[in-house]
Design a protein around this ligand. Structure first.
Ligand code: ADE
Length: 415
């Protein structure tokens, strides 16, 4: 088990089957895996990765291992680990320190252990590992070749570090690849957040008033999926342009204060804190359901809910009933953490295929450009994005047209 700490090693068999299922649905990453399995471009390199420990992450980790790297895997959220997958990876000799339900302290202890490996490459989802290395172990950071960041929230943190002149190594904003956020953030989170709400509650969405806070890519995905299931969707926004888009996409748009009075199900997807506070909670209808799809558990103010509630009980797995002083009951899902990863299995493999193909190729990019990139946040090269899109279409058996020379010439000409 090579120093792994997992919940239950006997779950490895179930984990292996899950990973096999994911591999079947991640053809681009599998193709890349075999492309470099012989040449082993990562031989001798250590990679520390803080990612949700899911079957899809396992496919990425196996790929990097097959390319020659030694991996240390920790979670990027205390509640998102799939224990069977963690057990399977540990059994294969990949070092994993992750189990579902870690305390905050255990979580950060795992993050620190990942930092202590003196990694050559750092892969992160949310930037807790990057920030820990920079704040607590700068000597480790100084010898990192490069890092990747998977998510919008993490990139916001890293850009702030870059502006403050604090970054110690180059970081590729994998999230910003078109073949990542246009699909993963929108279709992946859209479907899996609804999936999480349904697994937690099994309520009927048709006819319900579903309030989506935030109309970024994630919010758009959720709003459209909810509408597709017959929900009457309300969007709340702070950005006037996005709000207008939501209106013209056919959604009702209003303030959270107004939405609070009419909503049946609330889903936050803003990346910011205090989107739903006790003032909103006190306006809500009896039975309202609260869930969060953003990276951190700060969007629904759980501390507000805890402070105003007169009692609480777990009524179903991932569903806690809070009774308010006005006698109404609110239902908080997944402790206000990422609903799609806590109550369901995260994004489906088909979209993680593109996200993690980008992760793997970004690792290669760092290695191929070793010593050439200054500390900073870098976008994914356009050629990489197009390569991932091309491979994805190819594996889906979809052919597209090519410009004829005459068409190319026409586009180049101003006449
Ligand atoms: N983030 C969202 N969904 C995920 C998944 N299935 N695996 C890893 N990270 C994710």
């Amino acid at each position: 088990m090579s120093g792994s700490k997992v919940r239950d090693p006997s779950l490895a068999g179930e984990g292996r089957l899950k990973i096999e299922w994911a591999e079947r649905h991640m053809p681009v990453l599998m193709l890349l895996r075999s492309r470099y399995a012989q040449s082993k471009p990562l031989a001798g390199l250590r990679i520390s990765a803080a990612l949700h420990v899911t079957k899809e992450t396992a496919v990425l980790v196996r790929t990097l291992r097959d390319w020659g790297a030694t991996l240390f895997l920790v979670p990027s959220n205390p509640l998102s680990t799939q224990d069977d997958v963690a057990a399977a990876l540990a059994e294969e000799g990949i070092t994993v320190e992750a189990w579902r339900g870690m305390s905050e302290q255990e979580y950060f202890s795992a993050i620190r252990d990942a930092a202590r490996q003196a990694p050559d490459i750092v892969i992160d989802d949310g930037a807790d590992l990057h920030v820990t290395i920079h704040e607590e172990m700068p000597e480790v950071g100084k010898r990192v070749i490069g890092g990747n960041e998977e998510t919008t929230t993490g990139i916001i943190r890293l850009r702030a570090m870059e502006s403050a002149g604090k970054l110690l190594y180059p970081i590729i904003a994998v999230n910003n690849a078109l073949t990542k956020y246009l699909f993963d953030n929108r279709y992946g989170t859209g479907q899996s957040s609804i999936d999480g709400i349904l697994r937690a509650t099994n309520v009927l969405l048709a006819g319900k008033r579903v309030v989506v806070a935030g109309y970024g890519w994630v919010g758009r995905g959720i709003a459209n999926r909810a509408r597709g299931m017959g929900a009457r969707v309300i969007v709340t926004e702070v950005d006037p342009i996005r709000a207008l888009e939501a209106v013209m996409d056919g959604f009702d748009v209003m303030s959270m204060e107004e939405a609070a009075k009419v909503g049946d199900v609330f889903i936050t997807a803003t990346g910011d804190r205090d989107v739903i506070t006790k003032e909103h909670m006190m306006l809500m209808k009896d039975g309202a359901i609260l869930a969060n799809a953003g990276h951190f558990n700060v969007e629904v103010s759980v501390s507000d809910l805890e402070s105003i509630a007169v009692s609480k009980r777990e009524i179903r797995p991932n569903t806690v009933e809070y009774t308010l002083p006005n006698g109404r009951k609110l239902y908080l899902l997944a402790e206000g953490r990422l609903i799609n990863l806590v109550a369901a299995e995260g994004h489906p493999s088909e979209v993680m295929d593109m996200s993690f193909a980008n992760q793997a190729l970004a690792v290669l990019y760092h290695v191929n450009n070793r010593g050439k990139l200054r500390p900073g946040v870098y976008e994914v090269p356009r050629e990489q994005d197009e390569e991932v899109a091309r491979l994805k279409l190819e594996t889906m058996g979809i052919h597209i047209d090519r410009l004829s020379p005459a068409q190319e010439e026409y586009l180049r000409s101003w006449r």
